[in-house]
Structure formats: C-alpha cells, structure tokens
Design a protein around this ligand. Structure first.
Ligand SMILES: Cc1cc2nc3c(=O)[nH]c(=O)nc-3n(C[C@H](O)[C@H](O)[C@H](O)COP(=O)(O)OP(=O)(O)OC[C@H]3O[C@@H](n4cnc5c(N)ncnc54)[C@H](O)[C@@H]3O)c2cc1C
Length: 296
C-alpha cells in the first residue's frame, strides 16, 4: 500500500516509493540527532524500512488523505479531521502540451480561447462525459511558435487522464481545426499531458472550498495531534497547502504551514538543552512578506 501508516504512543509509519534511496540506509533507525530518548511514533515505509520518531509533520496532500486517511493512521485520526477531509474538495487541473513541426498560428495570436454553445446538445449528450469532456478545455496558450498548452479541469480532466495520447491528440486537432476554421491545422508531433488525479502521491491538483465546506475544515486539518498525557507535546503536526486558511491551493500556503508546524514543534521543546531555532533572516523576511499579501 502507498502512503503513511502512522502509529503513535505505540507506533507509526510512512510509505513512499519516491523516497531517496540514499537516505535512511539502516533498516530501523532514529532520524533525529537530538535528545530523542522516547520515540513514540513508528513510521513503516513501503520499502520495508521503519523509522522511529518523537514527532511527525504530515504533509500528505488532501487527495491522498481522502483516499487513505482511514487506513494509515493508528490509532485513527479523530472524527472531526476525517469529516473535514471528506468535506473539502481536492480538484484537478491538467495541462496538455502539443508540440508541432512547424508554426501554424498567426504570430500575433497568443492564445486560442474556446467558447462552446451547449444549446445543440441533447440532455443525454450533456450527461455523457465521453461526448463532452473536451468542451472543458478552456484555451490553448501559445508557449512558443511550435508549442501549445491546453488547460482542462474538474471531472473532464480526470476523464482525459484515462484516454490514450492518440485520442487526446486527435480531439485537440479537430478542436483547433474547428475553432480556427482551418482544415489544414497540422497534427502535433508530440502530445504530453499531466495526470495529477491518477498519480498515487497527489490524487489531484489542489484544494478548493466545496459546497458545504468552510475554513473551519481547514483549521481542523491543521490542528496537531497532541500527546494525551502532556498537551504541550505535539505528536503529529499537519502542514501543506490544504492547511492554510487563506492560501490553500498555493505553494506559499504550503511553505508557510511547513514553517508554522516546524516552529510549533520547536516551541514545544524549547526548554531542552539542545533546542533548535528556525530563525533565518532571509526566510523570515520571505515569510513576513507572504503573510502580508492582501487577499482583497
Ligand atoms: C497544474 C497546477 C498548477 C498550479 N499552479 C500554481 C500557481 O500558479 N501558484 C501556486 O502557488 N500554486 C500552484 N499550484 C499548487 C501548488 O503546486 C501546490 O499547492 C503545492 O505544491 C502543494 O504543496 P504541498 O507541500 O502541500 O504538497 P506536495 O508538493 O504535493 O507535497 C506532498 C508530498 O507528499 C508526498 N506523498 C504523497 N503521498 C505520500 C505517501 N502515501 N507516503 C509518503 N509520501 C507521500 C509526495 O510525494 C510529495 O512529496 C498548482 C498546482 C497544479 C497541479
């Protein structure tokens, strides 16, 4: 099984095929070089290795949590977290790159926007994603004279990920011929697509607020699991774009929540002899700058 299996107070675990082979050479090891005398978490990796730790910062994407959160933590995550994971949306946005042998768009054209008229579709056709998915490609952007980028999102993107490259290439070519009213638009020599929904370590692109969800759910996701007999001790901290109440869906949201989680762990151990500090002038400046971005 791909994922993290977390056991705390007793054990805990992470699995990741992408794990750097050079890291954690030993079968069982303690990754911390600080005064780690009581690792209460056991992390079991997909490659068979086990890591013991006193704290974990869990940055599993929301898409992976949606798929696995019920199975990989022991004891299970509290219900309020599982419900928040269910309520929030992890949407898909994919890119389709089309590479051509020769330019064919007028040099003055930077993007071909697609506007479809659905009025001619029967109710049956509207319900059948196999007949309509390509209508969700909202534009082809010119990256260079011989490279176009198509954008697609939502269920249509998920459907596109299951098609063959040849099917996507054919559809894109017929769309361009139709919208440019030019039957001589060439077929691309290459078609490359992202597949964020199909990828086991993402299961989508980024978090969105679903109908019925709210920022309270994001707060619930960000809430750490604390040690029962000592609430000042954080066992699992949570970070990642899905845990920032304003900047969810962004890289800077992921960055800031990672810093906050690390800071909270360090704070909880600040009275120890070998305590660490996160302070670094450059990144402090960056963090304050990002925090100061206005959302209005
Ligand atoms: C097409 C697209 C366009 C985007 N455009 C922008 C943009 O313009 N601006 C912007 O700010 N953001 C953008 N984003 C969003 C941004 O990329 C993400 O919000 C951000 O990268 C999330 O970072 P993260 O650390 O939360 O998650 P990730 O970067 O996904 O990190 C999660 C980590 O967990 C690991 N992992 C997953 N499952 C497991 C498992 N089972 N066991 C162990 N490890 C696991 C993964 O391998 C990965 O290393 C875009 C995203 C997409 C897909």
């Amino acid at each position: 099984m791909n994922g993290i299996n977390c056991r705390w107070q007793r054990k805990k675990s992470i699995d990741n095929e992408n794990e750097n082979e050079n890291e954690n050479e030993n079968e069982n090891e303690n990754p911390s070089n600080c005064s780690n005398t009581n690792p209460s978490i056991e992390i079991q990796c997909e490659n068979g290795k086990t890591i013991f730790a006193e704290h974990v910062i869990c940055t599993l994407p929301l898409g992976v949590l949606k798929e696995k959160a019920n199975d990989i933590f022991e004891p299970p995550l509290p219900n309020y977290k599982l419900e928040a994971i269910d309520r929030l949306l992890f949407g898909t946005v994919d890119k389709i790159f089309l590479e051509y042998d020769r330019p064919f768009l007028n040099p003055g054209v930077s993007e071909v926007m697609l506007l479809w008229d659905d009025r001619g579709l029967s109710e049956e056709e509207k319900e059948d994603i196999s007949k309509t998915w390509f209508r969700k490609i909202y534009s082809f952007t010119k990256i260079s004279e011989t490279l176009l980028l198509g954008w697609i999102s939502g269920k249509a993107a998920e459907y596109m990920e299951k098609l063959s490259g040849a099917e996507v290439t054919d559809i894109c070519t017929s769309i361009l011929r139709k919208f440019l009213n030019d039957p001589f638009v060439p077929a691309p020599k290459n078609c490359l697509r992202t597949s964020w929904h199909s990828q086991p370590y993402t299961r989508g692109s980024y978090t969105a607020m679903a109908v019925g969800a709210s920022q309270l759910d994001i707060h619930s996701l960000a809430e750490p699991i604390i040690q029962e007999d000592d609430p000042s001790k954080i066992v699992i901290a949570f970070a990642g774009e899905h845990t920032h109440s304003s900047f969810y869906s962004t890289v800077h949201g992921a960055y800031l929540t990672g810093r906050t989680a690390a800071q909270a762990l360090l704070e909880s151990r600040k009275n120890e002899k070998n305590s660490f500090s996160l302070s670094c002038e450059d990144t402090s400046d960056l963090s304050s700058w990002i925090q100061g971005i206005s959302l209005n």
